[in-house]
Design a protein around this ligand. Sequence first.
Ligand code: PEP
Length: 244
Amino acid sequence: MTIRRPLIAGNWKMNGRLADTAWVERFQDALVASEVDILVCPPATLLHAFGELLASRAIALGAQDCSPEPDGAYTGDISAGMLKDIGCSYVIVGHSERRSGHGESDALIRSKAEAALREGLTPIICIGENLDEREVGRAIETVLAQLAGSLPEASAEKIVIAYEPVWAIGTGRSAGPDEAQEMHAAIRAAWPGADAQALRILYGGSVKPDNAGELLACPDVDGALVGGASLDPRVFARLVNLSS
Ligand code: PEP
């Protein structure tokens, strides 16, 4: 049986200025132990500065999106190769804010994940149902359809899935541990390969120090993708400390 190393990832979204790179030192000061993988995904404008600060620390750098294309005439886009070049090892793809705000389809997200894999980056593929879909009892069906549509062909250890119910993102209302476990187990069961036990499945949606313990204790929850609570270095360090 594979032992999956938990991953605690911070998604800063469109927040942060150069002065906020002081976060790294403050986070490190508040870190007690880290028996988990730690990842921070600042906005693209801060990747270089963070890359320099993180190079000597056991904290991985990730981006929040990438282009499906390798290079070329795509104004405003950033390729996976560029992210690799600047020190990223992960990239989030298919966050619900991009699915809804930028009309990203499963097929596009799959191409982005494939582009990430070609460059040796680990894609964190986000999937999650909205409130209507949960209320009519179609949460698992919706999420598994997103999974099937967004998943590139790759071994489980090269990919991370983030289950993020849309109704829980930034709302202060998290899924309960039973809801999270049920969905994570369904995602693992739907994994197409024989290596499902190696797949890391993160939970995301209003993760805070007061609910993280019970969510992370679920057998199929392998870490967290943390939005708002990752902006405060002490709060994010608490999340890492209690996962270790
Ligand atoms: C996210 O942006 O992926 C997220 C889960 O946000 P929050 O933790 O703020 O709900």
